[in-house]
Design a protein around this ligand. Structure first.
Ligand code: 5GP
Ligand code: MN
Length: 338
């Protein structure tokens, strides 16, 4: 079905108040929280009973978003979250397309009887839903959601909704610098400005909101932890739990670290390894045509986009970094052909 037809049908189904649950991927980022809270407000304005449930914590630099106080964190409020999931009439899955990215919520979500809707911009959707809004050419879920809300009822979009949407587009496009920022993204930004957002405030709250400890950790990563492989045009950074502890690490502190080595002349592929209690989380970034998505899928049970993806592994941090180093020679020609 065409997106416009789907919106018309959804709109008709939601013409009387419903119990709606909005959820997103684990380790929610600016796009995940921006789209969830924007849509929360939009549906709330239409008289629905709406809740936002995240699988786990998200960075502090997102907790100023309008209506952040309504968010239910499954990890911390499991009983309440389970109840909301079981009783929802509609579940919206935002900014992800594989149920297992819901982490500990996966089983409850799978068991839910609600009508499901997916709104996402990642490739290769793998989620059974009634309504699927999936556009991989959209820079962000927020960009796609903006188009949907404009089609649905443009008059409902206000500056708080626009603030959430701008946050998602800005963070997913690296402040409009990555190749995923298209004419549509700039058109969206222009429309959002006209709804009265304060874009310098948004930038400041996201990017100039870190602790001194986090800046020192960044310095430590660059000085002591960055490995550069010029022959593969690749660089990596890894952080173990002891190092995180030493620098008072909190969720979100390593946000953006994976991008840092891309500033080095000639570097086209970067990886960042973060040791967690039960796994190692890995982020990949690239410039040009090197598909970090394929790389993440093939070797680290992950996925994402061409130039930005992630994955995870249960092997040790050292073993994961070693595995990565050992994979590089097989990609030497590809990385140097770019
Ligand atoms: P980040 O490195 O910022 O955590 O994630 C970058 C991109 O890769 C995001 O679009 C995110 O959705 C995707 N991504 C990160 N980790 C995973 C993962 O473990 N599995 C999948 N499928 N995608 C991931
Ligand atoms: Mn996104």
């Amino acid at each position: 079905m065409e997106p416009k037809q789907q919106i018309a049908q959804l709109k008709a189904e939601l013409s009387s108040p419903k119990r709606v649950l909005i959820t997103t991927h684990q380790g929610p980022d600016g796009d995940a929280m921006g789209s969830s809270l924007a849509f929360y407000q939009f549906l709330k304005k239409m008289g629905h009973e709406v809740t936002v449930v995240t699988p786990n914590d998200y960075p502090e630099f997102l907790n100023w978003l309008p209506h952040n106080d309504v968010v239910v964190n499954y990890m911390r409020q499991k009983v309440l979250a389970e109840d909301l999931i079981a009783n929802a009439e509609y579940i919206f899955h935002l900014d992800y397309n594989q149920l297992r990215r819901s982490a500990d919520m996966t089983h409850s979500l799978a068991d839910a009887t609600a009508v499901r809707v997916m709104i996402d911009h990642h490739p290769e959707p793998n989620l059974t839903v009634k309504y699927r809004f999936s556009e991989t050419t959209a820079s962000s879920t927020c960009e796609l959601l903006l188009t949907m809300m404009q089609e649905w009822d443009n008059d409902q979009i206000d500056s708080d909704i626009a603030t959430c949407i701008y946050t998602g587009i800005m963070t997913d496009t690296g402040c409009f610098s990555f190749p995923n920022a298209t004419a549509r993204s700039f058109t969206a930004a222009s429309a959002l400005l006209s709804y009265g957002i304060d874009r310098t405030m948004i930038y400041d709250r996201i990017y100039d909101n870190f602790s001194a400890q986090r800046m020192r950790l960044m310095g430590y990563c660059l000085n002591e932890k960055m490995e550069v492989f010029p022959e593969y045009r690749t660089a990596l950074i890894s952080l173990n739990l002891e190092e995180q502890h030493r620098y008072g690490f909190v969720a979100g502190d390593s946000e953006g670290f994976v991008n840092l080595p891309l500033s080095i002349k000639g570097i086209r592929f970067t990886a960042f390894f973060l040791e967690k209690e039960d796994k190692v989380k890995i982020s990949f970034r690239s410039k040009g045509n090197f598909s970090t998505n394929d790389f993440a899928r093939k070797h680290f049970k992950g996925g994402g986009h061409l130039n930005a993806s992630g994955g995870e592994t249960k092997i040790s941090l050292d073993a994961a970094v070693n595995q990565f180093r050992e994979l590089l020679p097989a990609y030497q020609n590809t990385l140097n052909a770019l």
